[in-house]
Design a protein around this ligand. Structure first.
Ligand SMILES: Cc1ncc(COP(=O)(O)O)c(C=O)c1O
Length: 396
């Protein structure tokens, strides 16, 4: 039985077919286990932290337990903070607002906009031709900076799925006395995270890419910058006392989580983390690799289909593949796949405009992205390959 909720969708002839969801990198389908956890929490849900009623106490316990579970999933250090945010974008913006005065941010042009744009006047590095060059470029850039510095990098590209050398980058950052923040939005659903072992200072990811519904994400990391920063949201819960002057919470989580939090989102995210931790990563990675190889080999065999990659084809990657099809715009391909075959893919520049421009060339348009994960099947992959073969033959 599939671990994720399934869906039937209409195709052009009016028939309903099982949805071939190949759009996990945008939002992964909800896990059955997540759906059950949310259903269980619904009858008792109540406002957290400030209520004496039983439901409020129970919900507070579940919310704080969720924090604990997600932290354990990320293997964060015991004294790390975990702030629940809306998503990765929100988490990166929170970090950007918490930078000590004078911090220089170094970021690669390959980033998703969530991780490229929040920083004031960052040093932007060109897409490196090889993983080792990423480390060399970061080394050089950080060496030239005086004062506090933060290197920001994605762990797995949302365009190519390629895994970035975050252990090496963390090492280099620390050698220069800088910190590193990692965008793990696409890594967390596919590989075990280990914040402590990798010595990452900050990590962000989103529930909706991790088999939980929308609206919850996290920023995990060192407390000191967050402790000293202005509260990200100002309002109830972030204060100790309000009079002429406002005294803000020093507790990082309370300081930055003003207002009523997304308790169900946090519970859902924690249930997904719990499911992934319990399922064991080895089987998940093996199955994903098997399907990914089938998909990439199949794409390579279709004349007129070209996969996008920054690094050599055998560089390790998660279950994400972007490609272009000669003679069709990406939107045409995506629309045909949906209308004729019940296949969901993403088309566009994937909120990574500089990177996609780099991969495609300045004047070219967009690409198609297929992405897989828990619950993906051979049939989904083969349906895509058959559909693309037909499309390229018709164009023939
Ligand atoms: C690598 C990466 N970072 C950040 C984001 C932004 O995530 P969210 O939209 O959940 O904030 C995405 C979303 O596609 C992503 O793929």
């Amino acid at each position: 039985m599939s671990p994720v909720l399934s869906l039937d969708v209409p195709v052009r002839d009016g028939a309903l077919v099982p949805y071939a969801n190949l759009d996990y990198a945008a939002s992964a389908p909800c896990l059955e286990a997540v759906s059950r956890a949310v259903a269980e929490a619904l009858p008792a849900y109540s406002s957290v932290h400030r209520g004496a009623g039983y439901a409020s106490q129970l919900t507070t316990t579940r919310y704080e337990q969720a924090r604990h579970t997600v932290k354990a999933f990320a293997r964060a250090r015991t004294d790390d903070a975990l702030v629940f945010t809306r998503n990765t974008t929100d988490a990166m913006n929170l970090l950007a607002r918490s930078l000590p005065e004078g911090t220089t941010v170094v970021v690669f042009d390959t980033e998703h906009h969530a991780t490229l744009l929040p920083w004031p006047a960052p040093v932007r590095l060109a897409p490196p031709a090889l993983p080792g060059e990423a480390v060399r470029a970061a080394d050089e850039a950080l060496a030239a900076i005086e004062g506090p510095a933060l290197l920001v990098v994605t762990a797995a590209s949302n365009v190519t799925g390629e895994l970035w050398p975050i252990a090496g980058l963390a090492h280099i950052a620390h050698r220069h006395g800088a910190r590193i923040a990692v965008d793990a939005a696409q890594l967390a659903p596919h590989r075990p995270l280990n914040v402590a072992a990798l010595d990452l200072d900050y990590v962000a990811f989103s529930g909706h890419k991790l088999y939980a519904p929308f609206g919850a994400g996290v920023l995990i990391g060192r407390r000191d910058w967050l402790e000293r920063a202005e509260p990200y949201l100002k309002g109830g819960g972030a204060t100790v006392a309000v009079g002429e002057q406002t005294e803000w919470q020093s507790d990082v989580e309370a300081r930055h989580e003003a207002g009523t939090p997304n308790v169900l989102g946090a519970i859902a995210l924690a249930a997904a983390c719990d499911h992934l931790s319990r399922s064991g990563w080895t089987g998940l990675i093996e199955e994903e690799d098997r399907l990914l190889t089938r998909l990439r080999t199949g794409l390579a065999a279709i004349e007129g289909v070209h996969e996008l990659a920054l690094w050599p084809a055998d560089h390790p990657r998660v279950g994400i593949v972007s490609f272009v099809v000669d003679g069709y715009t990406a939107r045409e391909v995506a629309e045909r796949l949906s209308a004729d075959h019940g296949i969901g893919v993403r088309d566009g520049k994937f909120c990574a405009h500089p990177f996609v421009r780099h991969l495609l060339g300045a004047n070219s348009g967009s690409a198609v992205r297929a992405s897989i994960g828990l619950g993906s099947t051979e049939e989904h992959v083969d349906r895509l390959l058959t559909a693309l073969r037909r499309l390229t033959e018709v164009r023939g």
